[in-house]
Each structure stands twice: as structure tokens, then as C-alpha cells.
Design a protein around this ligand. Structure first.
Ligand code: GLV
Length: 328
């Protein structure tokens, strides 16, 4: 008899078929987000779970999941997983890095360009039938080429964003916990966070979220930024204090914000939603057809291997707590 796994959200049929070759798979074809109570009912008896950023896997839940051996996150960010609790419970945890790097960086640029050049606002206005004549001062934005890009978080996605800046003749500054060797080849210069905030014409947030990183961009940080600057967040909503951002935009202390992520998804702070200076998208930075399929396949590869099946049995491609593998 096949071992049982749970797939908590709707996933492409071809990927489910791959999982069915090895497991008895419980799917969620209705794609409603399971409540904590539903997870507590569905997870027990499962040896593995393929989850998304919409599910939190923590110690209280794990106490109900004594058969669980692996959790595959269908996302590169894994702030929804309590890694320490998973490791203590000897549950292998994996994520989906690399396959989404370039698509996510592309999207960061899409938001940056749209925010700087006010494309969302201009399109809304045009669709309302308000365009009567060309005008010299219509929707004046801020330039991107030849300006300074600030990258907060120089991981894989931050570097892919920085690499693209060369084509725009930009200077790139970045901040991270420490200088990153690979950034030097990109011509990116390391600096402190405050210097980054003061100097950036366009700031893009590409750092992981953790409780310590909550509101990394708050009132104090926003006050350091140029009035003509834009801010883009393609990481996690909790990194930015949304009320402070709404105030900065309303008071003309920031030119615009491009936001793919929000503090309380799918809720969007009403003041940000109402602001013409905000370009808002529903957490889709990695959402090209090819990349979302690659992410789902990587999550499946991870789960199959972590549970001891397939060509890479015991060696999941992107494991977050390798110490659990060593003790298995
Ligand atoms: C998406 O937000 C991801 O972390 O992959």
C-alpha cells in the first residue's frame, strides 16, 4: 500500500500525477485555504505534505502529525515553516530556490518601471476615457536609467535584479548582513542600510522575512529616503510598515511604491489600495507559466526524494534542514 501525502493547495495535474506514482495523494481541488483546524484533521496519518506559503507549519501543528517525515514548501521563502520545530520533530523541510530567480527579478523590474513611470495610474485614467489631448506635463514620472538602484538583500534574487541594472546604466548599492562576494562582479557597492536608503533613487526589497526583519522599512527608514524615490517590495509584506508607507506617499515624501506582497494577504491596506502612487499586484512575482511549473516540479522532486523514493531518494535537491537527513 502506498504511503499517504497531503497537497494543501491546487497544483498542476501533471505534477500530481508524478506524486501519485509513489504516494496515495490527498489533493485540494477546491483550492480553499485550509484553516488550522482542517490541517489538524488532514495532516495526521500523512508521511509528507506539499504546502504553500499560505500554510503555517509550526510546533503545535506538528504535535498532531506523528507520521510526518517531510514538508515541501512550494515557495523559496519559508517564513511559514518553523524550521526549528520541524528539525526537532525530525521532519525534512525543503523549498524551491533557483528556478524562480530570473522570473522574480524580471517582475521586480516590471514593478520598478511601472512605479517610476506611473503606468498603472496612466492606464486607469486612459481607460476611464479621460484622455482628451496630448500634454507636455501628462503623467510626469521619474527616470530609471542613469539613476542609483538600492538593493536590500543581495541573495540570488537581489543579484539577478542588480545584474539587470547594467542595461539601464545605473549605479547599484546594496545592503545585506555582510558584503557578498558575487555582488562585486556585478559592480554593486556594499553600504550600510541608512546610506542605502538615503542614496537610492529606486529601492527594491529582496531580502527574506523573519520575525526580526519585521518592518525593516518603517517610519524612520522611510524618512531617510528621497522624496523622488520609489520603493518596490517583491519579498514579503511584513518587511514594510504599510501604514508608515501610506503616510509617506500621502504626504509626498516618496514618489511611489510597487508592491507584490502585503502584510495581511489577500487583504491590502485600504490606504495603499486607494493611492494612485501604488502599483499593486497579487503576489505573482514568480508567476510565469514556465517558472510556476518548475517550482511545482521542484517541490515534488523534493518530497519524493525526502521520503526515500525516486532517483534521488534520500537526497532532496533543496533541503533546508540537512541535519535531519544526516540523522535519518
Ligand atoms: C514566493 O513568494 C516565494 O517565496 O516563492
Amino acid at each position: 500500500m502506498k504511503e499517504k501525502i497531503l497537497v494543501t493547495r491546487k497544483v498542476f495535474p501533471a505534477v500530481i500525477e508524478r506524486l501519485r506514482e509513489h504516494f496515495d495523494v490527498e489533493t485540494n481541488d477546491g483550492d480553499q485555504i485550509y484553516t488550522r483546524g482542517e490541517l489538524e484533521v488532514r495532516m495526521p496519518g500523512k508521511v509528507g505534505a506539499l504546502v504553500s506559503a499560505t500554510e503555517s507549519i509550526d510546533a503545535p501543528l506538528l504535535r498532531h502529525c506523528t507520521s510526518l517525515r517531510a514538508v515541501a514548501n512550494l515557495a523559496v521563502g519559508y517564513n511559514n515553516l518553523d524550521l526549528a520545530a520541524l528539525s526537532t520533530a525530525k521532519v525534512i523541510a525543503t523549498n524551491t530556490p533557483d528556478v524562480l530567480t530570473e522570473s522574480t527579478a524580471d517582475f521586480g523590474w516590471a514593478l520598478l518601471m511601472a512605479t517610476a513611470r506611473r503606468t498603472g495610474e496612466a492606464e486607469r485614467w486612459l481607460r476611464l476615457g479621460l484622455w482628451e489631448k496630448w500634454a507636455l506635463d501628462l503623467f510626469l514620472g521619474v527616470d530609471v536609467h542613469g539613476t542609483t538602484l538600492g538593493v536590500l538583500g543581495m541573495g540570488r534574487i537581489g543579484r539577478a535584479v542588480a545584474r539587470r541594472a547594467g542595461g539601464f546604466g545605473m549605479s547599484v548599492l546594496y545592503h545585506d548582513r555582510a558584503p557578498v562576494d558575487a555582488a562585486r562582479e556585478l559592480g554593486a557597492r556594499y553600504c550600510g542600510k541608512d546610506e542605502l536608503l538615503r542614496a537610492a533613487d529606486h529601492l527594491i526589497i529582496t531580502m527574506p522575512y523573519s520575525a526580526q526583519a519585521h518592518h525593516t522599512i518603517g517610519r524612520r527608514e522611510l524618512a531617510l529616503m528621497k522624496r523622488s524615490a520609489t520603493l518596490v517590495n517583491i519579498s514579503r509584506g511584513g518587511l514594510v510598515d504599510e501604514e508608515a508607507l501610506a503616510d509617506a506617499l500621502a504626504e509626498g515624501r516618496l514618489a511611489g511604491a510597487g508592491l507584490d506582497v502585503f502584510e495581511q494577504e489577500p487583504l491590502v491596506c485600504s490606504r495603499l489600495l486607494a493611492s494612485q502612487k501604488v502599483v499593486a499586484t497579487p503576489h505573482i512575482a514568480s508567476a510565469s507559466e514556465k517558472t510556476r511549473m518548475a517550482m511545482a516540479n521542484l517541490a515534488a522532486d523534493n518530497l519524493i526524494a525526502a521520503l526515500g523514493y525516486g532517483a534521488h531518494a534520500g537526497r532532496p535537491p533543496s533541503v533546508l534542514n540537512p541535519q535531519v537527513l544526516d540523522t535519518a
